[in-house]
Design a protein around this ligand. Structure first.
Ligand SMILES: [Zn+2]
Length: 378
């Protein structure tokens, strides 16, 4: 419950957990997470009122302690504390102990992970900002996550149907919304006995001037768009097609790439990287004695994107968790710079704070004061 003496968050209404999470998922939908992931509310009741939220990269026992101390009953973490199914929760490892402690203290745990990685203004956009790169694009756009819907609608109902589909999420291409294409034509049908056709007579072929309306839609929104369309379409039996597209979605995906305004030397760039991300060490491949201008990066474990970085002619690829043998794959085509998983994603906390405050300006989340990086450097 909200404590009225508490001046930390001077918002005017008691906000519920789902109000924050629904908003975050409107930016970074759960369906855009990777298959191995477990984003969303992991512990807690979405209808609970939020006292305050603690933003962190990892949620471990110390994070729950911090939440208790700072009177936050919601932890918003980048990494999910639970990835796989748990059959027993007895406290035998840190995952189970964290969950037990959270439940005992009525603290909810929410994770926004690869859906935030894949979001165009997410984890990697923030890293680009820190690198001083103004214009960046997705390094590996998602594929096979778009459908096209064609629906045949009588001319009189074209706008009505189109509006409903737009409202349900169709017609968004990058920074453009309400995109559609319409072409006129004639539809025929013969209604059988027992039907109630919108136009025409029973058992008689009818020709109707129709519009073929085409819109693009994300796969995860396809069902809701179809339902919205059926609700307002005047026909008893609606003719529509759903086509799976292999188009890339350039506004969602893994990693990013962009150019520095002016090229700088490799050593200067590495030093800048070290300072910006407060790295104790950067593991990197051989320097190539070439200036750095085109930079590619991926917060966390991004080694799978090395071929994309090479194909895009990046001078350097920055990420964490590169393995020994993977370093060889740089093959003198670019420099791999492993700055550490935690280090690369540390600004995600700042990002979450900005996203939340943009929507709820009177809500001031707590930023964790704990370094949860399990890796130490001697
Ligand atoms: Zn990570």
């Amino acid at each position: 419950m909200l404590n009225s003496d508490e001046k930390v968050n001077d918002y005017l209404y008691p906000m519920k957990i789902f109000e924050i999470t629904t908003y975050l998922e409107s930016l970074a939908p759960i369906n855009s997470q990777e298959s191995y992931d477990n984003c969303g509310l992991i512990v807690g009741d979405k209808n609970s009122e939020v006292t305050n939220a603690l933003l962190t990269l990892d949620c471990i026992e110390a994070t729950v302690d911090e939440a208790i101390e700072k009177k936050c009953n919601l932890i918003i973490a980048h990494h999910p504390i639970v990835f796989k199914g748990l059959k027993k929760i007895t406290g035998k490892n840190y995952v189970e102990r964290t969950i037990l402690k959270a439940i005992k203290n009525d603290i909810a745990i929410y994770a926004i992970h690869t859906n935030l990685d894949n979001y165009k203004n997410g984890v990697n956009k923030k890293i680009g900002e820190k690198l001083g790169i103004k214009k960046s694009k997705i390094l590996q756009p998602t594929e096979n996550k778009l459908n096209k819907i064609s629906v045949y609608v009588p001319k009189t109902h074209q706008n009505h149907v189109m509006e409903a589909m737009f409202k349900a999420g169709a017609g968004n291409i990058g920074h453009y919304s309400e995109c559609s294409f319409s072409s006129p034509g004639n539809g025929t049908f013969k209604a059988s006995a027992g039907t109630k056709p919108f136009v025409g007579e029973i058992e008689k072929r009818h020709t109707e001037e129709e519009i073929k309306l085409e819109v693009i839609v994300a796969t995860y929104q396809t069902d809701q768009v179809i339902q919205a369309m059926l609700l307002v379409h005047p026909y008893e039996e609606v003719a529509y097609d759903i086509f799976q597209l292999s188009n890339k979605n350039n506004f969602e995906g893994a990693g990013m790439i962009g150019d520095l305004e002016t090229a700088i030397s490799e050593k200067d760039f590495l030093q800048k990287l070290k300072d910006t991300f407060a790295c104790k060490v950067i593991r990197h491949t051989a320097l190539l004695d070439q200036p750095i201008q085109r930079v590619s990066w991926c917060g966390g474990s991004g080694s799978f994107l090395l071929p994309n970085a090479i194909a895009a002619k990046a001078d350097i690829f920055i990420t964490g968790d590169f393995k020994y043998h993977e370093f060889f794959d740089a093959d003198n085509q670019l420099i791999i710079a492993d700055i550490g998983h935690f280090e690369s994603e540390q600004f995600t906390i700042e990002l979450l704070n900005e996203l939340i405050q943009k929507k709820f300006p009177k809500f001031a989340p707590c930023l964790t004061g704990k370094i949860t990086n399990p890796v130490n450097y001697f």
